[in-house]
Design a protein around this ligand. Structure first.
Ligand SMILES: [Zn+2]
Length: 407
């Protein structure tokens, strides 16, 4: 019971950042004396700190002493191995990003050993830098672009890398001697946006990530909906056109084939191939393998009709899928992340228009559609959230472990 209450208090501190004992008691429904006793324990162990009297408060009565999570209590590492990049961040215990590194892996040609070794080297650099500051590391949250068995930490299949059955979580735990939480990148991003981003204060969010592939995650009351075996959220492989293009998953006509980064690039290339003129030929020096979403978005905003059309067509298909998902799930908020969110000014109005036309009136009226707060960092901040979720759900285990690490 005491551990459950401790978890409740820590979660409230995480959500509210600066808060008094009285406010914690009001929000959790715990007795003030219970809250005071739990806070005393957390203060003694340096997980929580006193932030002083809140002089800005206009509240009547005694000014309250504010509390917050102690940033120096330890660090959390969030990492993502994407189809063509590696992204790693470290945060302090108050979830402030204190270190970050991104790099492209295009040159490694999806070579499994080369990419995993590179990711390990980067995380190891982080681990060394953090240990030099004498901070414990609570764990690593790692997002991967495919189907993941989150219980065993095994990547089962990454369609856009061609990898199968890679026990990455187990391997990293043995290497780093830290708890490692592995999940699908979209699931982690959904969790990250819920904990720290555009989904904060929403009890039901649908997260859609459109990058090289297309995926998503559903978070209800702060809990990721994983499905019976952990594979929920593979929205990108919903069939939207039975006679459509071949998808990397082996099926054809998947939503991903018409509403991802690759779909935008294909539309640009096809239009140029039939002779439509575009500033993108000049921007890429005639090499259309060099296309980027940023380049196409800028061209569209500067009046390039071909670029604009490629993004608008992709926005239309994003809208079709999102309308179907709104009908199916009735989320309170839809959060769109991934590289395509860079084109939000063009995509969002079209998505909203299509959703308005296609989704049923009632679920549609009760939802809004926004862009992810963390953008390309949603997954890595989600890795941090996954470690938080674990340590805040079992604070006793974690406190004794982190003490061992420090000693
Ligand atoms: Zn597919």
């Amino acid at each position: 019971m005491r551990e459950m209450n401790l978890a409740l208090v820590l979660n409230t501190l995480r959500q509210h950042k600066v808060i008094s004992r009285a406010e914690i008691a009001r929000l959790t429904g715990l007795q003030k004396a219970t809250v005071s006793s739990l806070i005393k324990e957390l203060l003694a162990k340096n997980y929580v700190m006193e932030l002083g009297i809140d002089s800005s408060s206009n509240q009547v009565g005694r000014p309250s002493n504010k509390l917050g999570l102690n940033p120096d209590a330890g660090c959390i590492i969030g990492a993502e191995i994407g189809v063509d990049f590696i992204n790693v961040i470290a945060t302090d215990f108050a979830a402030n990003i204190c270190r970050e590194h991104q790099e492209s892996t295009i040159g490694l040609m999806a070579n499994q050993d080369a990419i995993l070794n590179r990711a390990t080297d980067i995380i190891q650099d982080f681990q060394m830098a953090i240990s030099q500051q004498n901070h414990p590391i609570f764990g690593i949250g790692l997002g991967l672009p495919g189907l993941v068995n989150a219980h065993t930490g095994t990547l089962l299949f990454a369609p856009n890398l061609g990898w199968r059955d890679v026990p990455i979580g187990e391997w990293m735990e043995n290497h780093f001697h830290l708890p490692v939480y592995v999940d699908n990148e979209a699931n982690l991003a959904a969790l990250g946006e819920t904990y720290f981003g555009a989904g904060q204060d929403y009890d039901f969010i649908l997260y859609i990530v459109s990058g090289i592939g297309l995926g998503g995650g559903v978070v209800l009351n702060g809990q990721l909906m994983t499905g019976s075996a952990g594979f929920a959220g593979e929205f990108g492989h919903m069939t939207v056109d039975p006679t459509g293009l071949r998808c990397n998953c082996g099926n054809s006509g998947c939503w991903e084939t018409v509403a991802s980064q690759n779909a935008v690039f294909r539309r640009v290339r096809e239009a140029i191939a039939i002779g439509t003129s575009s500033s993108l030929m000049e921007a890429t020096n005639g090499d259309l393998t060099k296309l980027t979403i940023k380049m196409i978005t800028e061209a569209a905003q500067n009046g390039d009709q071909l670029a604009l059309r490629a993004l608008e067509d992709t926005g239309f298909w994003l809208g079709i899928g999102i309308a179907n998902l709104i009908n199916a799930l009735n989320p309170k908020r839809v959060v769109i992340g991934g590289i395509l969110s860079q084109a939000e000014k063009i995509l969002l109005p079209i998505i909203e228009e299509v959703v308005c036309q296609r989704a049923l009136q009632w679920p549609c009226e009760n939802t809004d559609i926004v862009i992810a707060k963390y953008g390309a960092q949603s997954c890595v901040i989600g890795g941090v959230a996954a470690v938080y979720r674990k340590v805040l759900s079992q604070p006793n285990d974690w406190m004794s472990q982190s003490r061992n690490q420090r000693s």
